[in-house]
Design a protein around this ligand. Structure first.
Ligand code: URA
Length: 448
């Protein structure tokens, strides 16, 4: 790649360089307003970006502001193949210029706004999954390496200006994720290094080590987060996390899908699990407990006792509109667990079952940390009592899931009619209050 950057004859928009800034914002390309004003991020997307930044205590003056392209392309596809996540030859001089610009800053964090910036800095694809992750490795596909800096991708602000696809997370709601991720950027910008938390993982250990771990949980009545990795309808491994550092993953199958332990060892381990799951004094945390708790019952006859917590329900109650998957929760509430859900599939390709155990461990310590951090937010936002109320339904639901339930169709129809009447009344009240007809399902209308 040549560093002799020859500006094209097209009108260019230079970066807004601040060599001492600790944050560098990297967008895609200038738009029409940027061309007129000759500055990056001064149009509608820019205005949204700075609004979100301000909510994260970041000002424009704290940032060095750049774009992958410094010209407004007719179509980004001239430069970037979004499907494959690769740049075309036409982009090379732009990437070389951007690299030079970034090397001249002291930025600790490079904020990749949108997919092309993420691809340029890391070679990775999947901005909605990777948003909020702290990325610091030299990824093999990165076309532009600025070593020693952390890359944090955020959703491009222009996507928060478009309506979301029906029923999908997107549009206005993206602001929530952008602000959260920018808060992380602010925090991380204060230091250069990537402070990856230390974790003690008991993985691929001996039977006695696992029994000792579970005995300690039992003796000290330690709350734990738990997650099962199921393959071919069997438990391939199970993870137990007891604090931010300590996690064990018990393997049950090997790479060749044979048993990891002898029959008597496996029996002792399942009994160890049963003892802590059935202890009424030990709280357990799951993400989607209806799956794991039911699996233990269906497969081993273990009926989980004691307080059950569920981070998926906690998320649903606390941030109703947001996605509820563990991947989204981990990327939003955990301090430094980069997106890892692809490992669920890749361990087979790399033929390394340890990757599955690590994946299982991340689900476990991710669930633990989501519970701690989101739990605190829930209490601050006043949703905790509603969450506890919802959790009361878990046992009856588990029972219904296992045993089925009778349905009174006539009564349900009656309730439907009553609810529809209520909805009509509430819509009328809403319209009266607003002075116009409001579609409560339209994020666009609600935003204005
Ligand atoms: N304005 C910019 O400067 N860059 C973008 O990516 C979008 C708007």
């Amino acid at each position: 790649m040549s560093l002799d950057y020859q500006p094209s004859t097209q009108r260019t928009v230079s970066c807004e360089s601040r060599p001492h800034a600790k944050i560098a914002i990297i967008g895609e390309a200038p738009g029409a307003t940027e061309l007129i004003k000759g500055k990056p991020f001064v149009g509608r997307a820019g205005s949204l970006l700075w609004q979100c930044s301000s909510a994260a205590q970041i000002t424009r003056e704290m940032c060095s502001v750049h774009n992958v392209l410094d010209v407004k392309p007719k179509n980004i596809t001239e430069f970037y193949d979004a499907k494959r996540g690769v740049f075309k030859t036409a982009a090379e001089p732009h990437l070389a210029r951007l690299k030079e610009e970034l090397e001249q800053t002291e930025a600790n964090v490079l904020v990749a706004c949108g997919a092309p910036a993420l691809a340029a800095l890391t070679g990775l694809r999947g901005i909605t999954k990777l948003r909020g992750s702290i990325l610091d490795k030299s990824y093999p596909g990165a076309v532009l390496r600025v070593p020693g800096r952390k890359v944090i991708p955020i959703i491009h602000p222009s996507h928060a200006l478009r309506p979301a696809a029906a029923g999908k997370f997107g549009g206005y709601l993206y602001r929530w994720a952008i602000i959260r991720d920018l808060k992380r950027v602010k925090h991380e910008s204060a230091f250069r290094e990537n402070r990856v938390p230390h974790r003690n993982l008991l993985m691929g250990g001996r039977c006695e080590e696992y029994l000792a771990f579970m005995n300690d949980v039992y003796e000290h009545k330690r709350p734990f987060a738990c997650d099962i990795a199921v393959m071919n309808q069997e438990m391939s491994c199970v993870c137990v996390t007891i604090n931010r550092q300590d996690t064990m993953v018990i393997p049950f199958t090997t790479m060749q899908n044979s048993n990891y332990f002898s029959q008597s060892e496996e029996k002792a381990l399942i009994q160890g699990l049963a003892r802590i799951l059935q202890d009424p004094d030990i709280p357990k945390i799951f993400h989607n407990c209806l799956f794991d708790v039911d699996f233990f019952t269906a497969r081993y006859g273990i009926v989980t006792q004691g307080p059950i917590h569920d981070t998926m329900i906690l998320q649903h109650v606390t941030y109703y509109d947001m996605p509820k998957g563990l991947d989204f929760c981990v990327s939003s509430y955990c301090e430094n667990i980069p997106y890892y859900k692809q490992e669920r599939k890749t361990w087979k390709q790399v033929k390394d079952i340890r990757q599955l155990w690590e994946y299982n461990a991340k689900d476990g310590y991710g669930t633990w940390e989501v519970f701690e951090n989101l739990g605190k937010e829930s209490k601050d936002r006043g949703t905790w009592d509603t969450y506890l109320f919802c959790m009361k339904l878990v046992r009856p639901l588990l029972f219904m899931q296992r045993r089925g339930t009778k349905v009174n169709k006539k009564r349900m129809q009656g309730i439907k009619v009553e609810l529809e009447k209520d909805m009509t009344r509430l819509q009328r009240e809403l319209n009266e209050l607003a002075g116009e007809t409001i579609n409560a399902n339209s994020p666009k209308q609600l935003a204005n």
